[in-house]
Design a protein around this ligand. Sequence first.
Ligand SMILES: Nc1ncnc2c1ncn2[C@@H]1O[C@H](COP(=O)(O)OP(=O)(O)O)[C@@H](O)[C@H]1O
Ligand SMILES: [Mg+2]
Length: 253
Amino acid sequence: MVSLKLDGLGARYGRTEIFAEITTDWLKGGELTALIGPNAAGKSTLFKRIAGLMSGPGVVAIEDVREGRLPVCYMPQDTGANAVLTVYESVLLAAKQGSGWRVAESDLAAIDRILGALKITDLGFRDLGALSGGQRQLVAIAQALVRRPETLLMDEPTSALDLHRQIEVLDFMRGLAADQGMAVLIALHDLNHALRYCAQTMVISGGQLIASGPSRKVITPEMLRDVYRVEARIEHCSQGMPLVIVDRALNAA
Ligand SMILES: Nc1ncnc2c1ncn2[C@@H]1O[C@H](COP(=O)(O)OP(=O)(O)O)[C@@H](O)[C@H]1O
Ligand SMILES: [Mg+2]
């Protein structure tokens, strides 16, 4: 099973340092890890740094990548829609990225399987440019999965999805991570989703990794006060699940 470790990772745009010295324990495949933090904390930048799309200090170690698998795939937040392609073509293009253009029967079968699993088979012949934001987000997930990544970095993959689709996607990704031993990092704003679907949570804020560990240990009223500046409680529902309840936004100290 794949495992991933960040060691002293940093990133900057020009002279502006976004984060520094981010070091984690080994993150194991098989489960979802939430990446949380306020707007502009550097979540997307951290993903780009992990995916090797930016250089900087520190090391990303990825071990036990299986034959024929992509070590890391970054699924961006804003998936620019290329209006010239259909959904099916765009997923095929993603599948063939970096592996030559010969299309095998097995490529088409894999695309059909992934579109089916995401319940977007009926979008196959639609133009990418004519989709809703939520539909585009589902297509972006298909484009990422068809590349067979060992580590998948999903940047706010549920932000444009309706409630039903959010739950479907998180549930699906959790199952996929477990079945395939993939390491899946998901940047999220809904902390109840992090609590419910992600075994681990990493918090970045102020250019640092503030906390990292089991979601239920990391998401606490103290963290919510310090990082998000809200007064909040963790209550337990009638089924014993923890829930974040926010009472008010705190003024700057
Ligand atoms: N290409 C860029 N050039 C310069 N600054 C950037 C660039 N991309 C992001 N930033 C800045 O870096 C900071 C972190 O951005 P980002 O990683 O997108 O945060 P998040 O995903 O947590 O909202 C923000 O202040 C943002 O304005
Ligand atoms: Mg972002």
